[in-house]
Write a protein that binds this ligand. Structure first.
Ligand code: PLP
Length: 444
């Protein structure tokens, strides 16, 4: 670094204005372990952002670290296009043996370029190729990435402004729950696909997050997901679940849709699948729909060998004991404890709604006047907790601690949130006591 320049100054001088997290959390970070991050000035932060849901196993998890070091020491390949490697075969074997087989699932596994958005691109392209149809049904509030095809399915105007006219053939239906309240989206979908005069070509796919992450932590009801599966079956529409944020154990099961007992035609995974924060994306495809020609969807970085090693390691370490193993039971217990704590200490005292599933939790501040989620997030940061906001207008505080967070640190983080809310709204707490709302099931 140039003499006299701090890291912050260097970034300010050279990096594009598109950066975002670094503005909200302006530390200069150096090391990280499990749920703790350290900055250059020695401050320790509790990380409830966890790489926006990527670090489900925390920073530098021990069960993976030594394997990566050994692999590098032996000059294992790091880059491999889609060549056959022992690292890739190790991941495929572990994923099919410990994730798919116990759940009775049969999917072909596609590796796309390592971002989530590219997995979504691949899924949408494939659905259009399989059906020969154009339209995709997505949901308001959904987030699927920012490359053109995925962006079309994303709801938020922030990402789409100035680009609407360039985005392909997507119809958005209201999600069954949103800031505007509950909505019978199944009935609307039925009317759109069953009425030949609805004005819409029959869709190629329905794309959904079963728990909306960026949209404000809204949880789709089980009956709704089953209804979607049924409509898609009846009309030859592919059901694509985007499990990029809610998958890999976050909601208290490996896949977020397991609670509904449905099997999507296509599933996208990214973020936590790489095990160690390493870039990796996967598209799971029912074998009958795997009609890709060789190389028809490709990408130079679809064979990140270090990610394969890490992904295999976490599957063997955390997921090898069945569909209801110790790890997911622990996630559910922590989710319940967090929900109980927040209900007692926060939502029973303030008009704040709590929604979520497992360890994907949202606190909705839209009814608290000027006590915004952004202010709570800022105060938390000043006190050593990193926690982001989401929702239409950043009205929701989104808690995504590593799933491996200790009970003590989970409690400490939640206490910091309550402390921040008390700082901002102490005077109002008494007046609104009892006005809190438990928005959604927290336990699964
Ligand atoms: N889909 C969902 C549900 C996501 O949460 C995200 C990212 O937050 C994406 C897709 C896009 O992933 P990426 O940022 O890796 O492109």
């Amino acid at each position: 670094m140039t003499a006299g320049m701090t890291a912050g100054m260097t970034v300010e001088m050279h990096e594009s204005g598109v950066r975002s997290y670094s503005r909200t959390f302006p530390g200069v970070f150096t090391t990280a372990k499990n749920e703790l991050l350290r900055s250059e000035d020695g401050t320790e932060y509790l990380d409830f952002l966890a790489g926006a849901g990527t670090l489900n196993y925390g920073h530098n998890p021990e069960p993976v670290k030594q394997r990566l070091i050994d692999y590098l020491s032996n000059d294992g390949l790091t880059h491999g296009l889609d060549l056959v490697t022992t690292a890739k075969a190790g991941f495929l074997d572990a994923f099919s043996r410990y994730i798919l087989a116990p759940r009775g699932m049969n999917y072909r596994i596609q590796f796309s370029s390592p971002s989530g958005t590219n997995a979504v691109e691949a899924a949408l392209k494939l659905a259009r190729l399989v059906t020969g149809r154009g339209p995709v049904v997505a949901f308001s509030g959904g987030f699927h990435g920012v490359s053109t095809g995925a962006l079309a399915a994303t709801g938020s105007a922030h990402y789409k402004q100035g680009l609407y006219a360039t985005l392909p053939n997507t119809v958005h239906l209201p999600y069954p729950d949103s800031p505007l309240g509950e909505f019978d989206s199944l009935d609307l979908l039925r009317r759109l696909v069953e009425d030949p005069s609805a004005g819409l070509e029959k869709p190629a796919a329905v794309l959904i997050e079963t728990v909306q992450g960026e949209g404000g932590v809204y949880v789709a009801p089980v009956e709704f997901l089953r209804g979607l599966r049924e409509i898609c079956d009846r009309h030859g529409i592919l059901l694509i679940v985007d499990d990029i944020q809610a998958g890999c154990g976050r909601t208290g099961a490996f896949f977020s849709f397991e609670r509904a007992g449905i099997v999507p035609d296509v599933v996208t995974l990214s973020k936590a699948i790489g095990g160690y924060g390493l870039p990796m994306s996967v598209v799971l495809i029912k074998p009958e729909y795997d009609i890709w020609l060789p190389g028809q969807h490709n990408g130079t970085f679809r064979g990140n060998q270090l990610a394969f090693i890490a992904a295999e390691s976490v599957i063997r370490h955390y997921w090898a004991d069945g569909t209801d193993g110790a790890f997911v039971r622990e996630v559910r217990a922590k989710g319940r404890a967090a929900g109980e704590f927040l209900t007692t200490a926060l939502t029973s005292r303030y008009p704040v709604a709590l929604r979520g599933l497992g360890l994907m939790l949202g606190l909705d501040f839209s009814r608290t006047g000027d006590m915004s989620a952004a202010k709570v997030s800022q105060l938390c940061f000043d006190r050593g907790l990193i926690v982001e906001t989401c929702g239409r207008a950043d009205e929701v505080l989104k808690l995504l601690p590593p799933l491996t967070v200790t009970e003590e640190n989970l409690r400490r983080g939640l206490e910091t949130v309550v402390w921040a809310v008390d700082q901002l709204g102490g005077a109002r707490a008494e007046a609104t006591a009892g006005a809190g709302v438990l928005g959604e099931v927290v336990a699964v």
